[in-house]
Design a binder for this molecule. Structure first.
Ligand code: NAD
Length: 278
């Protein structure tokens, strides 16, 4: 099988170049507020990447960083302030939050039209209804963008999503359902995962288990979308065994596949939010 690499790094860079040109033509710069609590190492890297990418396209991203012991009320107050700030078009709360904070309550406070992570219940409901008003979660939106960019036929295909998180698996399943796929959502309690993998035309692996999906389970010609970001002996790897790519028709590498699309889609969402608000 001559598998084609889906080059997320290149596709994200092209999208960001386009956004840079589009933003240059706007009367003002779209604003993105980023709320971070504490010094979680991975969160700090993600936030730094988002700030850097935003600056590179002329977007005004502002970091609001709190110490670990911040109160729920202090963050709630900031969210309300940003909701009312006309220069801020999008806002995200970098997850995870420390255990003493109520994540759900805080996400619910974000004005849905500024919810550029797509985690507010209204945006999740709109996604469920197939409404084009929905702001979509960045990673699933990026996955769909990659599939569309490669012109991969989705209608009637068996799509298996491994991992059902609110931020990746569930919205990815909903998006693929709307594209005409027959969707199976697998999770930690799923039985006979290898059998499900063998039937899948499209596999979206988002379970955070390094190299768990074995090449021998994968159907020849399957499309492999690997969302996992894991480390084995310090080296990055995905949730799908790397050699499975040899059997695929298309696959996303780790790193350089889905990861770069997540940042690009956050910027795209903020740009779209700006347009809707102005
Ligand atoms: P999560 O921990 O919130 O959810 C994991 C899901 O996988 C759960 O539904 C769980 O039931 C399922 N699962 C766990 N072990 C399983 C197993 N052995 N078999 C089947 N299902 C299993 O994870 P998340 O936040 O969605 O992240 C998943 C992975 O994707 C992680 O590696 C994360 O780092 C990565 N991620 C990447 C990006 C990106 O931009 N590329 C974005 C978000 C998450």
């Amino acid at each position: 099988m001559n598998a084609k690499i889906i080059d997320g790094k290149k596709i994200a860079a092209e999208l960001q170049d386009k956004l840079k040109n589009d933003i240059a033509a706007l009367p003002s710069s779209p604003g993105l507020g980023i709320i971070q609590v504490g010094d979680d190492e991975a969160s700090t890297i993600y936030v730094r990447n988002k700030l850097k990418a935003a600056a590179a396209i002329g977007m005004n991203a502002v970091l609001h960083k709190f110490a670990d012991n911040v109160t729920q009320q202090e963050i709630a107050n900031l969210i309300m302030t940003l909701n009312n700030d006309k220069n801020i078009n999008g806002m995200i709360v970098q997850l995870p939050l420390p255990a003493h904070l109520n994540e759900e309550e805080l996400l619910d406070l974000i004005a849905p039209e500024k919810d550029v992570d797509g985690f507010h219940p209204l945006n999740i409901g709109r996604l469920q209804n197939g409404s084009d008003k929905a702001l979509l979660a960045a990673t699933p939106k990026g996955i769909l963008y990659l599939l569309e960019k490669e012109k991969i036929e989705l209608t009637g295909k068996n799509a298996l999503i491994i991992g059902c998180s609110k931020i990746v698996g569930r919205p990815a399943g909903m998006l693929l359902l709307q594209q005409g796929c027959t969707v199976t959502l697998a999770h930690i309690h799923t039985q006979n995962l290898p059998e499900l993998v063998k039937m899948a035309d499209i596999i979206v692996a988002a379970c955070g288990c390094p190299q768990m999906v074995k090449a021998e389970w994968v159907k020849t010609g399957a499309v492999l979308i690997d969302v996992g970001i894991n480390r084995i002996n310090g080296k990055l790897c995905g949730d799908i065994e790397t050699v499975a790519a040899n059997k695929a028709s298309y696959f996303t590498p780790v790193p350089g596949g889905v990861g770069p699309m997540t940042v690009a889609m956050l910027l795209q969402n903020t740009y779209e939010a700006y347009l809707k608000q102005n």
